[in-house]
Design a protein around this ligand. Structure first.
Ligand code: ACO
Length: 370
C-alpha cells in the first residue's frame, strides 16, 4: 500500500454533477462559459440539484421557495449576537450553519424529499446569516430578506440596507454561477465523506465550510485581497511580487491541482474586474492584478485561478474582504448539497486506507522505566 500525497490523480467518486475534461468545466454537461453568459445562479442551482435546466414554472417555484425559506429562526440570529466581535467570518459561518440544524424540525429526516427541501433552505439561508453576521459585528441591526428578488440582489440588500445597482447584482450573480460547483474539490469531498456515514445534510455542509475556510482552497480569495492591499500601488507590484518569488513564497490566487493550463473561470472574473474598474472610474486594482499575473505567469508559468480576479471584483462591489470566502460558500452550497444528494442516492461509506510509515515491533515499557 503506497499513499498518494494529497490524493493527486485519485478518482474517488463517480459523479454526474460537474466535470473537468481537457481544461473545460461543465455543470451537468453544460459548458461553464455558456452558463456564465446566459444563466442565472438560481437556474444553475436547480440544474445542479435536478440534473436539468428548469422550465419557467419550475424556476418560479424554486424562487418562491427560496424566498419563503430565506428568513432564519430568531434564535439563530440571537446566537450570532453572542459571537465575539472579532470572530473570523468563516468560523462564524461554520458555527451558524451548524446551529441552523437545531431549529429545523426535519434536520434528521433522511428522505430524498426532505433532503431536497433542506438543500433549498441552506441555499436560501446562507446569504441571510452572512449578512446578519456582517451587520451585527458593526453594531447594526440585521435586515430581513426581501421576497421577489434573486439571491445576489437579496444578499447585497441585506448587507447594506440599500437597493443594489443592477450592474452589481449581475456581477455578483455571475460570480455565483462561476463558483457553484467544481467536481471533487476539497470542501465537496469533505461533505461527501461526512454524509457517507449517513450523517445529515447540515453536518455535511458544516464540514464543507470548515474545508473551504483554508487559504489553499476558498480562503485564497481573501488572501489575494490582503496581498493587493499590501501592494497598494501599481508601481509596487514588481518589487513586492519579485521578492515573494525570490523567496519561493506562494502567490495566492495562482496554481491549481487540476488545471495546469489555466482555470476556465478566471477569464470571466478578469473581464468583470476590468468592467467594474471602468464603471467605478478606478482601474488600480485591475491594473495591479494584470501586472501580478504577467509576472507570476511569466516567471513561474502559473495561471490565475478562480480566486485571483474575484478579489478585485468583490472589492469593487463594496464587499469587505473577509466576506469573500463566505460569498464563495453562498455559491458552493448549491454544489455541496447536489453532491450530498448524489452521495445518498448510491451511498457507500468512504473509508480509504493509510500507508503505515511509523515504527514497528515496539514493546510496552512500564511507565516507571521510561
Ligand atoms: N505560487 C507560487 N508557487 C506555486 C503556487 C503559487 N500560487 N502554486 C503552486 N506553486 C508551486 C509550488 O511551490 C510547487 O513548487 P515546487 O515543485 O518547486 O515545490 C509546485 O508549484 C506545485 O505546487 P503544489 O502546492 O504541490 O500544488 P498542489 O496541486 O498541491 O496545490 C494549490 C494546488 C493548493 C491550488 C496551489 O497551487 C496553491 O497553494 N495555490 C495558492 C492558493 C490558492 O490560490 N488556492 C486556491 C485554489 S482554487 C480553489 O480552491 C477555489
Amino acid at each position: 500500500m503506497t499513499a498518494t500525497k494529497g490524493l493527486e490523480g485519485i478518482v474517488a467518486a463517480a459523479s454526474s454533477i460537474s466535470s473537468i475534461i481537457d481544461g473545460v468545466l461543465t455543470y451537468r454537461g453544460y459548458d461553464i462559459d455558456e452558463l456564465a453568459e446566459k444563466a442565472s445562479f438560481e437556474e444553475v442551482a436547480y440544474l445542479l440539484w435536478h440534473g436539468k435546466l428548469p422550465t419557467r414554472s419550475e424556476l418560479d417555484a424554486l424562487n418562491a421557495q427560496l424566498g419563503e425559506y430565506a428568513a432564519v429562526a430568531s434564535d439563530v440570529i440571537a446566537g450570532v449576537r453572542l459571537y465575539p466581535k472579532d470572530t473570523n467570518s468563516m468560523a462564524a459561518l461554520r458555527t451558524v450553519v451548524s446551529s441552523l440544524a437545531l431549529y429545523d424540525p426535519e434536520a434528521g429526516d433522511m428522505s430524498r424529499e426532505a433532503n431536497i427541501r433542506k438543500a433549498v433552505k441552506l441555499q436560501a439561508q446562507l446569504p441571510t446569516v452572512i449578512a446578519a453576521f456582517a451587520r451585527i459585528r458593526q453594531g447594526q441591526e440585521p435586515i430581513a430578506p426581501k421576497k421577489g428578488v434573486g439571491i445576489a440582489h437579496n444578499f447585497l440588500y441585506m448587507l447594506t440596507g440599500e437597493e443594489p445597482a443592477e450592474v452589481a447584482v449581475q456581477a455578483l450573480d455571475k460570480a455565483l454561477v462561476l463558483h457553484a460547483d467544481h467536481e471533487l474539490n476539497a470542501s465537496t469531498f469533505a461533505a461527501r465523506v461526512t454524509v457517507a456515514t449517513l450523517s445529515d445534510i447540515y453536518s455535511g455542509v458544516t464540514s464543507a465550510i470548515g474545508a473551504l475556510k483554508g487559504p489553499l482552497h476558498g480562503g485564497a480569495n481573501e488572501a489575494v485581497m490582503v496581498m493587493l492591499d499590501d501592494i497598494a500601488t501599481v508601481a509596487n507590484v514588481e518589487p513586492y511580487i519579485q521578492n515573494k518569488l525570490n523567496n519561493k513564497e506562494k502567490i495566492m490566487g495562482f496554481g491549481h491541482r487540476v488545471y495546469k493550463n489555466g482555470d476556465p473561470r478566471a477569464k470571466h472574473l478578469q473581464m468583470m474586474s476590468r468592467q467594474l474598474g471602468e464603471l467605478n472610474g478606478d482601474m488600480r486594482l485591475y491594473e495591479m492584478s494584470v501586472k501580478i499575473e504577467d509576472l507570476v505567469t511569466g516567471q513561474k508559468g502559473l495561471k490565475p485561478n478562480v480566486d485571483f480576479y474575484s478579489a478585485s471584483c468583490y472589492t469593487m462591489l463594496g464587499i469587505p474582504r473577509d466576506l469573500f470566502t463566505p460569498i464563495f460558500a453562498i455559491s458552493r452550497v448549491s454544489g455541496w448539497t447536489a453532491h450530498i444528494l448524489e452521495q445518498f442516492e448510491d451511498n457507500r461509506l468512504i473509508r480509504p486506507r493509510a500507508e503505515y510509515v511509523g515504527p514497528v515491533n515496539q514493546r510496552y515499557v512500564p511507565i516507571a522505566q521510561r
